[in-house]
Design a protein around this ligand. Sequence first.
Ligand code: ADP
Length: 350
Amino acid sequence: MRFWRQLRWQMIGAQMLVVVVGVVTLNLTANILIEQSIAPDQVAAVRTAVMQALTIAAVAATIAGLTTSILLVQVILRSLRSIARSSRRIAAGRYDERVTVPASDELRAVAESFNQMAEALEQIEQRRITMIGNVAHELRTPLAGIEGYLEGLIDGVLPNTANTFLDMKQEVRRLRRLVDDLQTLSRVEAGQIALHFTTFDINDVIRRVVTQIQPQVLDSCLQVQFAPDRQPILVQADPDRVAQILLNLLGNAVRYTPEGGCITVRSELNNDNVQVIVEDTGIGISAEHLPFIFERFYRADPSRARTSGGSGIGLTITRHLAWAMGGDISAASAGIGKGSTFTLTLPRAG
Ligand code: ADP
């Protein structure tokens, strides 16, 4: 409050100073002119007339100036108070709070920036709420499964055999994978993943990952295409994280490519980056879903992805990891049934 009062008095003081300086200057000028050009017997009368005119003008200017200053200060104060009030409401959790945008350019800019900030906060809050809902939903499925098995065992509906326990273990594993994924997601989004950058040949990592995924590729073909000259393609990144990204992309390709389909991995060297392309002839992704597949918990085909154990956060983690290494990842598909292509871009070494 003291600031607002100070501002008001400062404006009034400045106004008075301008009027006083103006009156003194005009009075001095008038005196000089009177002495030079008015007959001596008329000087006193003219001086009185000038003084009267200056007094009226000064009073009028003071009233006009003060009124304008006070109105101006009121307008500024109203807007600033409204912003201060809204900030307090937002801080108390009312994320839908907005301020009225005033007419004047400068105040409008402040109010608009404030409203943009409030909107961003509201979106973050909305995402947080959605995230909690999604996590609860994802946890419910395996928990319901485990509960079902336990009830079946207690009621004697399910046989007390190793197979029942193996099925239960499957649900527990699903739960564990989800919890691990959530932990990785929160760390990667907070930028808390430790990265160990080195220069290495991307083809070595591709070979390693392909060998690792091979046992899962039962009825499809998995082929790797390296550049014909077989020169090493050096990248500057964390090899373990790159392997993690490729494992996710290849795992998805295997999961979403039916029997008889084909998965191809190839590396390409460009002017300032290196690309690893994972292409499959699988179920493809429709144009309507494509822009969202990197979002948390997004599944183009929820029933299919859930039965195959997908949590819908693999690609979100993957993209954040790529970003953390100065790279990027993108997806393309000609549509349902026409396969998908995922392209990982990484900075080239040297
Ligand atoms: P999920 O664990 O469900 O596979 P991801 O984040 O890895 O989660 O993928 C998100 C969604 O993107 C998947 O549910 C699936 O709908 C789609 N998707 C990812 N990779 C492919 C692919 N190779 N072919 C078709 N759809 C894919």
